[in-house]
Structure formats: structure tokens, C-alpha cells
Write a protein that binds this ligand. Structure first.
Ligand SMILES: [Zn+2]
Length: 533
């Protein structure tokens, strides 16, 4: 019987990593970075809950950093086996892992400056360029829908997951694993894309499994129905209205997939004759490199409304790499559509473009992605008027607009359809890569649809299961577990930031200085009371 442990992405959407131990091999499916609040990020620095040297190979589902971002650390700690991935995932990782390493190196440098001033010990980066390169050297390309055998008695086959370029679900058979010689059939969904998505066909995989591990990011979210055309029309309206205000339109965007979807759709809108006189800038060195991979594979992309030769190209588009060119963009007063990373505005060149544009009422900030609580993007989304960027205060006077239909994830009904199409599921269905609300909601609906509730598992962080031929038995948490059994989605740092905002708002809206003083006295007394108790 095989043993499956959820080393990440259980009760949360980051740090995806599942460990499998079979009679013949020990291996991992994904090894992602934990992202979010400080408590979650701190998990990246804890030792792995297994010995990396003992892991014999790895199956990667796709390039996103929450599925691959700890691979260089794993290699640094002694993992030396082949890492299987699709060819395009490997091409993306060539940039993503190097970019991840330079972020880790500069984070460590910045922290060490602070630590030096405070007389605290210096820290090492989570991993370095050298580790990223060592990880890249282990990557082995595999084709969709072709079996390969990474170890004795184990066969693996990738299926299109429709999530991002190169994304896959991994089907797996483990033969001679159970007492009666039963062959275990497993399926790891990876992240699943929506049905309506430019570039990729709908997600696909066979039916009939013993066990399925399925993501549940949007297990509790129903998107309004949309077509690619309808979504494009909504984008067109925002861009036309935005430019008509007489300023620029700034769009924070993820470098992989979202930026290219926007460029494609804007290309179609320009072809329709709209956005006259406007220039579209993609200002992110990483997004530029990723866009070049899309251009390379343009002929294989699905649902294109443009000729592959025109994709992201032409005299209305500028893909910016140099710092000087990026800085010059800050002087452009109007008619610029600026797409830049990061998608949640918490780092990268987007911050410079926000500094140049958010205080101008004729400009527009168009949000096209999820803004995690506490990020600069979430403050802009809330319409907070006083924004701090790079230590300076800015008044938010630009129009803030939002488009909700750009997502690389299947929503609730699409997840349900994908799961139902995979049935029968004999042993059990594990819901991972989702917050607990999402997983519970999805479990309830699946039970209503006739899937045995007893066989829908909501694994805890670090929980292990024995996969028998007909049912999974929880073995509890791995004894080498990292500190906690539940990753908090809202930790004390989030609470502190929210409290700070609430306090500023209360003080600003108070009727008089006496009132303000009263508020502060109340807090002061509460703190004194707390210390004494
Ligand atoms: Zn993903």
C-alpha cells in the first residue's frame, strides 16, 4: 500500500507539495513556495518534513511558483533526482526559478542591512542563483498523453489542465502495490483552468480512479457566466472609458499568463479599430521573457483571435526590459496602457507606475486579479485615499476599476464537472489547494451529487494517509512535521495592519482633537490593563 502526505497546500492555496511512498519509490508531486502572511512565509525557512536526499524523483504539474518555488532549496538540501515536467513548463521555469532566486537574494540583502543596523545576526537567502541553476539541470521534458516510467512499477502520464502554458494533471499507476496485486490508479489535478480561456483547450483527463487529489481554490466561488467575447467587450469598455478621461490606464498583472491574455485581448480590441492613438506597454522583464515563450509557441495556442504572427506584436505594443525605458514611461502623461508586475502591487515596477499615476484624477488603475489582504493592491481596491509607496505618501485620486473574469482557475461548477467526469472514484477524493471554507463547500456539493461523503477527505497540513485498495486511512500528522497543523490565513501581522488602518480612519473621521485624544486614551488604558492582567 502507498503512503501519501500533504506537505503543503492543505487548508491554503500555496506551498503545494505531496509526498508519496510506494514499495519501490519515494517521490514528490510539486514543491511550491508558501506565500501570504508572515506566519505562512516563515514555513519556507523550516526544514522539509522529509529527507530531500531520500526523494528519488519529482513530478511537476506546472510552472507557478506556489508549485515549484522550493525546488531550488530542495536541490540545495541534497535532492538529486530527475524532475519531470512538460517542455513549456521547463521553458517557463528557466526564467521563473532564476527570477525567484534573485528575489530571495535581494530580500536577504535588504533584511541583512536592517539586521546589521540592529546588531542582529545575518541571514542566508532561502536559495541562490546557483541553487536555481542546479535545479534547472535536473528537469526532464515529457510529452502530454504519453506514459513514462520514473521508477519500477510506476507509470505516469500528463494531461492538459488548461490552467497556464504547460500546465498538466498527472495520472499515475502503481502496480503490485496492494496485497492482492491490485494496481493503484491515481490522479493529481494540479491547478485546473476554467472552460472559457484563451490559449488552452478545456482541462482533460481519463475516468475511473482509486484516488484523486484535486485542487479546490474556488470551491466556494461561482463566477458569472461569460464568453471570451463578452470578457473582451468589458475590457474594451474599461480601456476606452479610461483613456477618455485624458490620462493613462495602469494594470497590475501577474507576469505569467494573465499579462499575455491581456495583450492578446487588447490586440483584438485594437484590430476592431478602438483605442486609437494609444500605446500598450508591458513593463516587466520577467513578463517580457514569458511573452517571448508564448510567441515561440503561438502556433500551438488555442482560441486565438489574432494571427500567431501578430500576437503581442506590432507598432502599438512595447515590451520593455531596460530600467531607463521603464523610467521614461513615468513621464508619459496620457494615452498609455501600462501592464506591469507584480499583480498585487507589492513589489516590482508596477509600484513606480502607480507613483506616477495614482494621484492624477484623469488616470485609471484597472485591477484584473485577486488582491490578497494587506497587499498594496488590496488597499487600492478598497479605495484607501492615503497610500504609501516606497516610504512616500500619495493621494489616491485615480479611478479604480475592477474586472473579475480574468482567472486561470476553474470555478465551483467547473471543478464539480471535472471531478464528476473522472468518476468512478473508488478509494477516495482528497481536496487540497484550497482554504477550508472552499473545501467544505465543495465536499458538501459533491456529497449531494452522490459521491460518498466518507470518501471525500479534507487533509490537514502534514497529514499522512495509507492508500488501501478500497479506502484511505489517516495516519495523522507526519512526526517530522513543520510547527503547526493549520496555516493561518489571517495572522497577527494581518490583524496589526488592519488595526492600523482602522485607527487612522477613526482618528481622521473624529469630530475634534478632543475626540481623537479620547480614542487614543481608551487604547492606551486598554493596553495598560492588558499588561497588568
Ligand atoms: Zn497555478
Amino acid at each position: 500500500m502507498a503512503n501519501l502526505t500533504f506537505c503543503g497546500a492543505a487548508g491554503t492555496v500555496t506551498g503545494s507539495c505531496s509526498k508519496l511512498i510506494t514499495k519501490n519509490a519515494k517521490f514528490l508531486v510539486d514543491c511550491g513556495l508558501f506565500q501570504g502572511n508572515k506566519t505562512t512565509v516563515a514555513l519556507n525557512y523550516e526544514p522539509f518534513p522529509f529527507n530531500p536526499k531520500e526523494m528519488e524523483f519529482m513530478i511537476l504539474t506546472h510552472g507557478h511558483i506556489d508549485h515549484t518555488g522550493l525546488v531550488p532549496k530542495l536541490v540545495n538540501q541534497g535532492f538529486n533526482g530527475p524532475i519531470y515536467a512538460t517542455q513549456t513548463t521547463i521553458e517557463l521555469l528557466d526564467y521563473l526559478l532564476r527570477d525567484g532566486a534573485s528575489i530571495q537574494e535581494s530580500n536577504a540583502k535588504r533584511k541583512n542591512k536592517k539586521n546589521q543596523r540592529r546588531g542582529l545576526p545575518l541571514i542566508e537567502p532561502l536559495y541562490t542563483q546557483k541553487d536555481a541553476e542546479a535545479a534547472l539541470a535536473l528537469l526532464k521534458p515529457v510529452k502530454y498523453e504519453e506514459w513514462f516510467s520514473p521508477a519500477k512499477n510506476i507509470q505516469v502520464r500528463y494531461w492538459n489542465a488548461g490552467h497556464i502554458l504547460g500546465s498538466a494533471s498527472a495520472e499515475m499507476t502503481v502496480s503490485n502495490e496492494c496485497e492482492n496485486g491490485h494496481t493503484l490508479r491515481l490522479l493529481f489535478s494540479g491547478d485546473i483552468g476554467p472552460d472559457e480561456k484563451v490559449f488552452h483547450p478545456e482541462p482533460d483527463a481519463p475516468e475511473g480512479f482509486d484516488y484523486i487529489v484535486c485542487e479546490s481554490t474556488y470551491g466556494n466561488r461561482k463566477r458569472a457566466d461569460y464568453t471570451l467575447e463578452g470578457r473582451r467587450d468589458a475590457l474594451k469598455k474599461e480601456l476606452v472609458d479610461g483613456l477618455a478621461r485624458g490620462g493613462n490606464v495602469v494594470i497590475p498583472s501577474f507576469a505569467v499568463e494573465r499579462s499575455q491574455e491581456l495583450l492578446h485581448d487588447i490586440g483584438v480590441i485594437i484590430k476592431q479599430g478602438a483605442l486609437k492613438g494609444a500605446t500598450v506597454y508591458l513593463d516587466s522583464p520577467l513578463a517580457k521573457k514569458v511573452t517571448e515563450i508564448f510567441i515561440k509557441h503561438a502556433r500551438k495556442l488555442d482560441d486565438l483571435e489574432l494571427s500567431p504572427d501578430d500576437l503581442f506584436q506590432g507598432d502599438r505594443f512595447r515590451l520593455i526590459e531596460s530600467v531607463d525605458e521603464s523610467k521614461r514611461l513615468n513621464q508619459v502623461p496620457s494615452k498609455a496602457i501600462i501592464i506591469s508586475a507584480s499583480g498585487m502591487c507589492d513589489a516590482g515596477r508596477i509600484q513606480h507606475h502607480l507613483k506616477a499615476n495614482i494621484w492624477r484624477p484623469e488616470c485609471t488603475v484597472l485591477l484584473v486579479g485577486y488582491q490578497s489582504p494587506g497587499t498594496l493592491g488590496s488597499l487600492i481596491q478598497k479605495g484607501i485615499k492615503d497610500i504609501r509607496i516606497h516610504g512616500k505618501e500619495f493621494k489616491l485620486r485615480a479611478q479604480v476599476r475592477r474586472l473579475g473574469n480574468y482567472s486561470a482557475h476553474a470555478d465551483q461548477s467547473e471543478l464539480l464537472d471535472w471531478i464528476m467526469e473522472r468518476s468512478p472514484i473508488v478509494g477516495g477524493l482528497f481536496l487540497n489547494h484550497g482554504e477550508n471554507d472552499s473545501r467544505e463547500t465543495l465536499k458538501g456539493i459533491l456529497a449531494d451529487k452522490g459521491i460518498d461523503k466518507e470518501r471525500i477527505y479534507i487533509p490537514h497540513f502534514n497529514e499522512s494517509f495509507e492508500l488501501l485498495a478500497s479506502e484511505a486511512v489517516s495516519k495523522g500528522r507526519d512526526p517530522n512535521q513543520r510547527g503547526m497543523d493549520k496555516i493561518p490565513t489571517f495572522d497577527w501581522n494581518n490583524q496589526y495592519a488592519a488595526f492600523g488602518l482602522e485607527l487612522v480612519n477613526k482618528l481622521e473621521s473624529a469630530a475634534s482633537n478632543e475626540e481623537r485624544s479620547k480614542i487614543l486614551n481608551t487604547i492606551h488604558n486598554a493596553l495598560a490593563g492588558h499588561t497588568e492582567s
